[in-house]
Each structure stands twice: as structure tokens, then as C-alpha cells.
Write a protein that binds this ligand. Structure first.
Ligand SMILES: [Zn+2]
Length: 109
């Protein structure tokens, strides 16, 4: 197993708990996308994690489909968070611009 894979397999529980940070989640999803070994490991851990809850609640588990959904949802959450971050940075840039304009106006008046 590659060193990279070891890092990513360690992130799986945090991924399932949705407690990865944006940058981690982004790297994780990109890796899972291209690495069958880690995807398989994710499927295993997902089965244990989600399977037990499903058994208790009496719902069935379609492992492959549910895992795909989970990954797709994580991707959507990631883009939403990145958009928010960009929006926040955009606001910051506008604020800085306003401050510069105000400073200019005040000092040249
Ligand atoms: Zn891997």
C-alpha cells in the first residue's frame, strides 16, 4: 500500500463522520476517485459503519449505490463549502476595496 493510501485510509472514519476539513475532503475525494484500493477500504468501513445502523433500524443497505450516493453528496457539500468560502473571500475583497476608496476619499478631500 502506498504511503498516500495509508494517509487516506486513516481519513475514512472522519469522512464517514463528515468531520474532514474542506482541503482534506477535497484531497480525499480526488484520491478515492482514482484509487480502487482505498475505495474498497472505504466500502468495507462504510459497510461496518452504516450496516450496523441499518440493521438496528431495519432498513436495507444497498452498499454500492448508497456509497456512491454518499460520495456524490460529499462532493456536493464540498462544492457548496468552496462556494461559500469564495463568497466570503469575495466579500472581503469588496470590503478592502471600500476601505481603500474611503481612505482615498478622506485623505484627498
Ligand atoms: Zn489509495
Amino acid at each position: 500500500m502506498a504511503a498516500d493510501c495509508r494517509t487516506f485510509t486513516k481519513m475514512i472514519p472522519a469522512f464517514l463522520n463528515d468531520s474532514l476539513r474542506i482541503r482534506e475532503l477535497s484531497a480525499f475525494l480526488a484520491h478515492i476517485e482514482t484509487c480502487p484500493a482505498c475505495r474498497e477500504e472505504l466500502a468495507m468501513q462504510y459497510l461496518l459503519y452504516e450496516g450496523l445502523q441499518r440493521v438496528e433500524s431495519g432498513k436495507t443497505l444497498d452498499l454500492k449505490k448508497d456509497l456512491e450516493d454518499l460520495i456524490a453528496q460529499a462532493g456536493k457539500r464540498l462544492s457548496a463549502r468552496q462556494l461559500l468560502l469564495q463568497a466570503a473571500m469575495g466579500t472581503e475583497i469588496i470590503t478592502i476595496g471600500l476601505v481603500i476608496i474611503l481612505t482615498y476619499v478622506i485623505f484627498t478631500a
